[in-house]
Design a protein around this ligand. Structure first.
Ligand code: FE2
Ligand code: FE2
Length: 451
């Protein structure tokens, strides 16, 4: 989009929002504002499937182009959105006038305690998404968790692009997908600890895209532990990344429904495996494994699950690895209808006796790979202190090395204290023992800063 058109789009967006604060929704001025905003958005979306509007400081950036020094009213608009936690607004092709009405209405309702993104969904607005910007502030020579964070952040952003393209009916760009996979594959090989810690974060609000990246990372970690490397490792990563891409056709009411799905809704949901296989088969340069995994990932070892009536077949190794990563990440994430579960709970759910959902050998290996208390997890000790897991014990997964960061009274320690929970005192007892995992969300602590 050229600069003039971009500026015009933003001006109309700001004007439409201002209009609703002054007049009722039915007022002709508001209606006209909606019309002209819809027209500008449609024009912009003719050429690209998505238009991304970002707010950085006082500046507005449209599709990567910084708008020239803005007027006072635009600065006010950018600040207002930023104050409400919105750094990015993505418009997708297919945006309807009704959705623009919903967008404007959701924005102007300032009293609602419900997060804006959820109100958009509630109003049926599916072609506008809100988010935060992952800023590249880390230099290339930085190593460890900071570098991993950058790779991970870029991967999530790229996953969103792939998703939007597929949703608009365009083919996902395999070049962009390959970039994600290369970055993640490097991390899996060189810094698995940081990558696994990142997949354990729950603070990301964008489940769809973090899920894609997490499943890809968790699948590649498993594959790497099976000594799979090189191009095949990347194919596994690719297939895992795209396993749910068929959900671009699943209506949001079904996708985000808080309660249990009805029989009809579940039937609609089940289609994503076939839809995904179709999309991926059409995408050039997509490894042959990708449509197979999309098709198979809800089948269990005994071929129950879905799609139904597929005859006799042997599930692909990659499918079995992906379905473990898929269920693990889904249970661990915060969803609109429940909090993410702690690793220990997930383990017990997934390893229930004779669960046909997973290959038992692969599942055991996965559990060992992740450790009982993975590095980067927050844990509570028997002393009441809170600590971050910094290293796993080579043989006893219950007794990791930790850094104590919070004392018994909930005060943060100025100097975190390293403790080996496997060590015994003079009486042969463990002075520090891990009692349970703690959800970092409930504490305001970012455990990764302690690694
Ligand atoms: Fe799925
Ligand atoms: Fe999934």
């Amino acid at each position: 989009m050229d600069e003039k058109k971009a500026e015009e789009l933003i001006r109309r967006l700001a004007a439409a929002l201002r209009g609703t604060e002054l007049y009722s929704a039915t007022h002709p001025l508001v209606q006209r504002g909606v019309d002209s905003l819809t027209a500008a958005a449609h024009e912009g979306l003719q050429r690209t499937p998505t238009v991304i509007i970002g707010f950085l400081g006082d500046e507005v950036v449209v599709d990567g182009t910084r708008l020239p020094k803005s007027t006072a009213s635009l600065i006010g608009f950018a600040r207002d959105l930023r104050d409400r936690g919105i750094e990015k607004v993505t418009l997708n092709r297919g945006l309807s006038r009704a959705e623009v009405v919903g967008l404007i209405a959701a924005f102007s309702d300032r009293a609602s305690p419900v997060p804006l993104a959820d109100r958009l969904i509630a109003r049926g607005v599916r072609n506008v998404t809100l988010g935060r910007i992952v800023v590249d502030e880390v230099s290339d020579d930085e190593a460890g968790i900071a570098a991993a964070r950058r790779v991970y952040g870029t991967a999530v952003e790229t996953a969103e692009m792939l998703w939007n393209a597929a949703q608009a009916g365009d083919l996902p760009d395999p070049g962009a997908a390959r970039k994600i996979i290369d970055g993640l594959a490097r991390l899996v090989t060189q810094d698995r600890t940081s990558l696994m810690a990142l997949t354990a974060l729950k603070k990301y609000d964008n489940y769809t895209f973090t899920h894609m990246v997490n499943v890809s990372a968790l699948a590649m970690a498993q594959a790497r532990a099976l000594n799979i490397d090189g191009p095949l490792l990347r194919e596994f990563g690719f297939a895992a990344l795209m396993h749910d891409i068929g959900k671009v056709h699943t209506p949001l009411e079904v996708l985000n429904k808080p309660g249990k799905l009805s029989k009809d809704e579940f039937d609609v949901m089940k289609r994503h495996v076939v839809d995904g296989a179709h999309i991926l088969r059409r995408t050039p340069e997509m490894p042959a494994l990708a449509p197979i995994v999309a098709f198979e990932h809800h089948l269990k070892q005994d071929l129950s699950g879905y799609p139904e009536n597929i005859g006799d077949r042997k599930l692909n190794l990659c499918t079995m690895i992906v379905s473990i990563a898929d269920v693990f990440d889904a249970l661990r994430s915060n969803r609109p209808y429940r909090q993410g579960l702690a690793t220990v709970r997930i383990r017990s759910i997934m390893s229930e006796q004779d669960n046909p959902a997973f290959n038992q050998v692969l599942l055991k290996r996965f559990v060992n790979l992740m450790g009982l208390f993975p590095v980067g997890n927050l844990v509570r000790l028997n002393t009441g202190e809170i600590a971050v897991v910094t290293a796993e014990h080579p043989t006893d997964p219950f007794r990791p090395q930790v850094k104590i960061i919070m004392d018994t009274d909930g005060g943060m320690l100025e100097e975190p204290v390293l403790a080996n929970t496997w060590e015994r005192d003079g009486r042969g007892e463990h002075p520090h023992a891990v009692v349970e995992a703690v959800d970092p969300e409930s504490t305001d602590i970012d455990p990764l800063t302690y690694l």
